[in-house]
Design a protein around this ligand. Sequence first.
Ligand code: COI
Length: 355
Amino acid sequence: FRAISSMPEPCRSSPISDGDSCDFDWDSLGFGLMPTDYMYIMKCAINESFERGQISRYGNIELSPSAGVLNYGQGLFEGLKAYRKDDGGVLLFRPHENALRMRAGADRMCMPSPTVEQFVDAVKQTTIANRRWVPPPGKGSLYIRPLLIGTGPILGLAPSPEYTFLVFASPVRNYFKEGSAPLNLYVENEFDRASRGGTGGVKSISNYAPVLKAITRAKSRGFSDVLYLDSVNKRDVEEVSSCNIFIVKGNVISTPATHGTILPGVTRKSIIDIARDRGYEVEERAINVEEVLDAREVFCTGTAVGVAPVGSITCMDRRIEYQTGAETTCQELYSTLVGIQTGTIEDKMGWTVEI
Ligand code: COI
């Protein structure tokens, strides 16, 4: 395995303006990949520890055709963001949480994992190396994508003999083509996202390709994304393909409890804490789809998605609409979270890491 360093000069898509941010049309950003200058790579053999990671130029990597990740999907990913402050500084949001989640996932997927310190250090180094790609305030964020993959060659079904931890980054703005407009979700009846005893509760790469069929079908019918039900009874809501879900009724905010089939999102966890701090009652429990249809507000949370209002949910032939807009709980929680992430609201919880 080796990184192929054949990339052109840094900030190649446009001239450099002031050395700290690219002279780039930030308004053109969506959630497409915009390759940045550097990535971080660290390797280890099975039963050994990761060491000697380093930053290298962003570029393609070379893999054995028999790499564990290619043949048996032995891999995890993470997602976190760096935000530009008004004074030009850069804040990472809760990188330790992603490090802990990767360690939990690595255990489930039979992989060695970087320590929390190694993970956070790699994320910091990647962000610093690509600092000019952190968009100006209000124009998006730098999405950081750590990967942990089995890169050693293997033929029989077994853990890979070698692993690679890699971190790359891309500036992003809105995840959905709707921008910040409310989402229209479709309740999926045929396909499941996760099942009991599976890997739905960790960020395994193998959780994501199986939902592409449902997403593609829903998008072709004009929906933004798919809301999955529990695979046993097809009764309780679980999560959306790319994010967690919350419902609001009165002063009570509810979200499905994470019992192994739902990803424990870092944004989910943060919104729960912010909502409680602001006086809401927050419940983590099973939520029957009928209750969702009966809610006043519904919103989604995720690192890529942020906090996104849901305008409608279609279940079978029923289309239910929800309250959205300026005076909503969703908007209140979103503004508070973004304020903390970008340094305009005091970070009482100690969630941000300045680099
Ligand atoms: C994230 O929110 O960071 C994710 O990993 C979701 C992914 C589908 C973009």
